[in-house]
Design a protein around this ligand. Structure first.
Ligand code: GLA
Length: 412
């Protein structure tokens, strides 16, 4: 991919390259008939020059890096920071340890021009005032648990009910609203931030002390990689995800209806009116949920389809094809104006595709951009909603002593 900064650096690297042959020939021409010893020395010198040139070429590209800044304080007085991770191509992600929120993600378009492709705010107060999970880590359970109840090892657990009659995204104070411990990590292929959080036994009604680790890496291949892991001291349920709202034309640059989507899913999980899965794994064939061929998100969004009416658009879990636990392509999105492509790779069994149906112009983001309905879409890799109450869905139980581990990559 071509990038503005990268292009300049490329030119610098090329000019160093051009110097090498002229040095070589200037030196060797006058000494053509000298003894072989001198020739060998020249050859060695040339090789040395080539090696230095190679090193300079590599060095001429940018370096991945990390900056830490103060992002304010929570009402309880906890200090919050914001980290800026850059990769060797100048792509940049800003992550705050409040909610593990990605506040901004700058990636190149087809000409190398960077734009911020996620909805977000540039100050902590805006996040504290309330927002629909922009860019956040979601836990302990991403998406809904019917009536906020489930039974595990013969005990019924009652969770916070915060979405109609149901529990959504971990409850009233989910992982998106807590302050995580943050630690920059040294990695060879980009910049990485490790976030850890101890969710106490009983928090939001869940059993077990859950020790959670989420590592964000901005790789030099323009990927935002998210690795989630967790352990517990008592059997519990876990389903972690990430809730960025993407707009590949740039945040605030209109709606996402013209973006084209491929979803690697032959089936989806239809829901009732409250967005709780019925338990059926329904074929996408002959429905507006068929994205097996790249199709504009908006092409069928207003069709008189009961599922679309329940979700006020797309707000559904897709059953990803391929083996659970192995990295595979879940979705690909293309925006023709910018030429940006985003791929989502994951080990997870499902993906919630949500088209920002509840955005309504009441939130103003970075640069004064007003977020209207469908100005962003989410691709939340996950286990299926309400799995703790659905015996036929892949299990979300984490046993005492077991380790939860999933990986998702957003690649640009
Ligand atoms: C998820 C849910 C949606 C909505 C958004 C946040 O994607 O499935 O119904 O709650 O989060 O607004």
């Amino acid at each position: 991919m071509c990038r503005t900064r990268g292009a300049g650096e490329g030119a610098r690297a090329r000019s160093i390259h051009l110097l090498v042959p002229s040095l070589f020939f200037a030196h060797t021409e006058g000494e053509q008939n000298e003894e072989p010893m001198k020739l060998r020395t020249n050859l060695l010198l040339t090789l040395l020059l080539c090696a230095v040139t190679l090193m300079l070429t590599v060095d001429a590209h940018g370096q991945a890096g990390m900056l830490k800044d103060d992002f304010g304080k929570t009402p309880e007085g906890q200090s919050v920071d914001i980290y800026t991770l850059t990769n060797s191509h100048g792509a940049e992600v800003k992550i705050t340890n409040y909610g593990g929120i990605v506040t901004s993600l700058k990636v190149p378009d087809r000409t190398g021009r960077l734009a911020d492709v996620v909805l977000g705010f540039d100050n902590l107060d805006a996040y504290l005032k309330g927002h629909p999970y922009f860019g956040a880590i979601i836990g302990r359970y991403g998406n809904r648990i019917a009536k906020g109840r489930f039974t595990l090892d013969g005990v019924e657990y009652k969770l916070a009910v915060n979405n109609g009659a149901n529990h959504l995204h971990g409850g009233i104070k989910g992982f998106d609203k807590v302050v995580w411990n943050a630690r920059p990590l040294k990695v060879g292929n980009g910049a990485a931030l490790e976030l850890t959080y101890l969710s106490k036994d009983g928090e939001e009604g869940y059993p077990g002390n859950l020790s959670v680790k989420v590592t964000y890496t901005l790789t030099n291949a323009n990927e935002l990689k998210i690795e989630y892991s967790a352990t517990t001291d008592k059997d519990t349920v876990v389903n972690l995800t990430h809730h960025s709202y993407f707009n590949l034309a740039g945040q605030g640059e209109g709606d996402i209806l013209k973006h084209k989507l491929f979803m690697n899913a032959n089936r989806f999980t239809p829901t009732d009116e409250g967005s709780i899965p019925t338990g059926e794994l329904r074929s996408v064939r002959n429905t507006p949920f068929n994205f097996l061929r790249m199709t504009e998100i908006g092409a069928r969004i207003n069709e008189p389809d009961q599922q679309l009416q329940f979700g006020k658009g797309y707000d559904h879990n897709f059953v990803l094809n391929g083996k659970i636990g192995t990295m595979r392509l879940g979705a690909r999105v293309y925006e023709a104006g910018s030429g940006r492509v985003m791929e989502v790779w994951t080990t997870e069994p499902g993906m919630q595709f949500y088209t920002g149906n509840f955005l309504d112009g009441t939130l103003t983001g970075i640069g004064g951009r007003v977020y209207q309905q469908r100005y962003g879409f989410c691709l939340e890799t996950q286990h299926y909603p309400d799995s703790p109450n659905q015996a036929k869905f892949p299990s979300t139980i984490l046993k005492k002593g077991g380790r939860y581990h999933t990986v998702t990559v957003y690649k640009f």
